[in-house]
Design a protein around this ligand. Structure first.
Ligand code: HEM
Length: 221
């Protein structure tokens, strides 16, 4: 009898969250941005909201450095705050800190991260996986589309450029091997998947909040 190949945990997360990914991928805000239909202010607003999220993600990540579940996936090469700050300086100006504020969906996202930080490394793992593997996957497509639509080179696009990860594919393969090796029992594995689906929802809600202001951002014909 042929051996039945059992999918690893990384493959299971990918399959079990595929529907949530597809529902998140096609937002009006991101589609119009990538088609060049929105102003630079719209891109700046997306980067500003991302700054609040990664500020919490990376601050909480540091507290998990010695955790057996989360510790192995942490990598300085992933950290996005320096890139986000350089983009905000370029897109908004030196006084960007005084000119950005979180949308309600961003506040809810950060609140969820804080909640998870206090209680569950496996849920935090879902947050980490979703953002960074997403940035190294669809994020790279977004980078090329923004380049084409707005003529950015590196400035304004640094969030999508991982200087320490010249080739995303081997990095992502290694990340998935770490997910496979994470010391999680069945209930904890399910908790990762449940949280990942919830986090896709938080990202969808953010795109909806951004779309609420879309008229303000439309490029006038
Ligand atoms: C324009 C929007 C998007 C496009 C075109 C896109 C496209 C893709 C593609 C092609 C992959 C597969 C890459 C591979 O197999 O190596 C992927 C993976 C992924 N994307 Fe997206 N994506 C988008 C938006 C998002 C968003 C908004 C998120 C989360 C907030 C996200 C999270 C992920 C994750 C976590 C993976 C890795 C799945 C896995 O292999 O486990 N994506 N995306």
């Amino acid at each position: 009898m042929a051996a039945v190949e059992i999918a690893g945990f990384a493959e299971r997360i990918r399959i079990d969250t595929q529907q949530a990914h597809n529902e998140t991928e096609n937002s009006v805000f991101v589609s119009e941005l990538l088609e060049g239909k929105l102003t630079v202010e719209a891109h700046a607003e997306l980067i500003a909201q991302s700054w609040f999220i990664y500020d919490a993600l990376e601050r909480i990540g540091r507290t998990y450095a010695d955790d057996p579940i989360v510790g192995p996936v942490l990598s300085d090469d992933l950290l996005r705050i320096p890139a986000l700050e350089a983009d905000l300086e370029f897109l908004i100006g030196d006084d960007w800190r005084n000119r950005i504020s979180p949308l309600p969906a961003t506040e809810a996202y950060v609140q969820r991260l804080e909640q998870v930080a206090a209680s569950s490394p496996e849920a935090f793992l879902a947050h980490h996986y979703l953002r960074y593997l997403g940035d190294l996957s669809g994020g790279q497509i977004i980078r090329r589309m923004l380049e084409r639509a707005y003529g950015y080179q590196r400035d304004g696009l640094r969030f999508y450029i991982f200087d320490g990860i010249p080739k995303p594919k081997p990095f992502k393969d290694e990340y998935r091997a770490k997910l496979d090796a994470a010391p999680l029992d069945a209930a904890q594995q399910q908790a990762v998947i449940d949280e990942a689906i919830l986090v896709y929802g938080l990202n969808r809600a953010l795109f909806q909040d951004l779309a609420g202001n879309i008229d303000r951002y439309r490029v006038r014909a």
